[in-house]
Structures are given as C-alpha cells and as structure tokens.
Design a protein around this ligand. Sequence first.
Ligand code: ZN
Length: 131
Amino acid sequence: MENLTKCPCQSNKLYIECCERYHLNKKTPQTAEQLMRSRYSAYTLVNIDYIVETTLPSQQKKLDKQAMQDWAKSTNWKGLKVIARNPHFAKNRATVKFIAYFETDKGVMEHHELSLFIFKENRWYFVDPNV
Ligand code: ZN
C-alpha cells in the first residue's frame, strides 16, 4: 500500500502525486514553495541527496552530508505549515516562510524559517544561510 501514502509535506495529496516525482527527478518543482515542500518531505524520508541537489550549486560542496543525515534521522518530524510566500521577492528570487514541527522529549517544538530561493538555469534552488 506504499503508493497510497499521503505526502509528508502535508499537501493532502498522495506522495506519488506530490513530492515523489521531484525526489525521483522526473520533474522539477515549478515554484519555490513546491521546492520547499519537497525538501521538507526529503528530510522526513532522510533523502539527503535531494537536499544537496536542490541547494544552490556553489554551496553544495560545503554541506556536511553526514551531519544532515544524522540530524534528519534523529528528528521525529510532525508536520509543516507554510505561513507566507513571496514568489516575486526580487528578480529570480522568492521567499517562503514556514514552520516545521518536530517532536522532542519536551513535546512538539516549532522551527520557524524564512527561506530564500533562487531560480537559475530553469530550476529553483534553496540558498542555505549557514554556508
Ligand atoms: Zn509533497
């Protein structure tokens, strides 16, 4: 019944009709929000290759894949809520504001983030503010 799994990005669609086609590289996300959602799904599925591939190419080598994998694996993701989106923040740039929920010993915690995305060579990339 794997095919009937709801997408972890909480779009209310099935995974096969939502982020799976991006994760399998069958399609590229058409908007920054789709990319952000597919990256969240990839974290929940510990698909670190996808996270790396969708980060700005000039930043990719600086990412610590092992640390990202350990973090994704040890985090119990609880959901995602998109708060605001600005698809025309600047030329070829968009922002998405969201909250990701995850469970800890102290209960469910919130991670708030305002992410920047750049449209380059026909696809969207995440700009990692920590690199
Ligand atoms: Zn999805």
